[in-house]
Design a protein around this ligand. Structure first.
Ligand code: SF4
Length: 347
């Protein structure tokens, strides 16, 4: 039987919830996509959310130094962010293990084994791990997140309320992206008092589809701010996160090809929608060194749409890639597309 003292302790824990706890979130991998959901959830639970610093050479080097060399570049960067959060003295580092968000499609093995990858390389990291193994696309499933309530000593009623609010915030955020904002711009609307109208989404003659995982497109160390660079070259940029998830499924049944990994499939479907429905004039695939799935999906897109007449360029990034190299390649690519458009217009 529980003692009176034990019952009092339980009540205190339930009422306090996770107030005073500092939850660290690494600014890496799927951070930009899920940050509004995660931040909203932990803040609604009364925690302080601490985000790691933006990727810098120094932060990335720390990750590289502790990680096995064979692994892909984004995982090395993730470890750099974990070290950065340990330096910030957080109580827990939130490290979700992504397995499924759709039946029949799996996350890349590095996501599935991410907590173990971190534990083995940085044993002092105190991770808060949950398994994202659900069937809900885009928004998250409560049952995957419920273990947080137990780990942080929050009542299930309080947790469910917080989760409901966090999902509403996340859906608002995704709506902003689908209206054309980048993930960074949408986050500014959510958390920094900006309005949708503050972002003048440019409209140019040339439109390029930028294919790449969230971290490859949005981590400034990997992408070297490629969206900004393309806009400066007077190009409209569409990324897969700006597409409605329903549209991404439109052509899936017509395709003979099936990609079994979640995000590589999204990239393949995004390329299909961009070519068939959005008339993009070029596709750029930005990929990080050491990515197994990308070495397949990039080739598949290139091969399957070789007859579409849409030029395709791959940019492979690692820690040695120079910004001037990237700038030269995107300038040459956009020049070529603009010349092609001019020729068509002159006919
Ligand atoms: S999809 Fe590629 S880049 Fe992303 S974690 Fe897996 S191997 Fe690394």
């Amino acid at each position: 039987m529980r003692s009176r003292r034990h019952i009092i302790y339980m009540v205190i824990v339930t009422e306090i919830g996770c107030d005073f706890l500092k939850i660290g979130i690494p600014r890496a991998l799927l951070f930009q996509f899920y940050y509004p959901l995660w931040r909203s959830l932990f803040e609604r639970l009364g925690c302080e959310v601490v985000v790691s610093d933006t990727s810098t050479k120094n932060l990335v080097q720390k990750g590289i130094a502790v990680t096995v060399p064979e692994i892909c570049f984004p995982i090395k960067i993730y470890n750099g962010h974990v070290i950065n959060l340990i330096e910030k003295d957080v109580d827990y580092i939130f490290c979700p293990r992504f397995v499924h968000i759709e039946k029949g499609y799996w996350f890349c093995p590095k996501y599935i084994g991410l907590p173990e990858l971190v534990w083995k390389t940085i044993p002092e990291a105190k991770l808060l791990v949950i398994d994202i193994d659900c069937r809900r696309e885009d928004t998250a499933d409560l049952k995957c997140y419920m273990p947080i309530a137990k780990k942080l000593g929050v009542s299930s009623h309080k947790f469910k309320q917080a989760f409901k609010g966090a999902i509403a915030d996340f859906e608002k955020f995704r709506g902003l992206c689908i209206r054309g904002l980048t993930l960074d711009e949408a986050a500014e609307v959510m958390f920094e008092g900006k309005k949708f109208e503050d972002f003048k989404i440019p409209k140019y003659e040339t439109t390029i589809g930028l294919l790449g995982y969230i971290y490859n497109v949005y981590d400034p160390f990997i992408s070297m701010n490629i969206i900004k660079k393309l806009r400066e070259l007077e190009v409209n940029v569409i990324t897969f996160d700006m597409l409605d998830p329903k549209d991404l499924l439109k052509h899936r049944s017509e395709e003979t090809r099936r990609i079994f990994w979640t995000f590589p499939d999204k990239l393949y479907q995004a390329a299909t929608v961009m070519i068939k429905d959005m008339n993009v004039q070029g596709l750029i695939h930005i990929t990080a060194f050491g990515c197994g799935p990308d070495s397949i999906v990039g080739k598949e897109i290139e091969h399957d749409y070789a007859d579409s007449g849409v030029p395709f360029m791959t940019l492979r990034i690692d820690e040695h890639t120079g910004e001037s190299h990237l700038q030269t390649r995107i300038e040459a690519f956009t020049d070529m597309i603009k010349r092609k458009i001019r020729k068509v217009n002159e006919r």
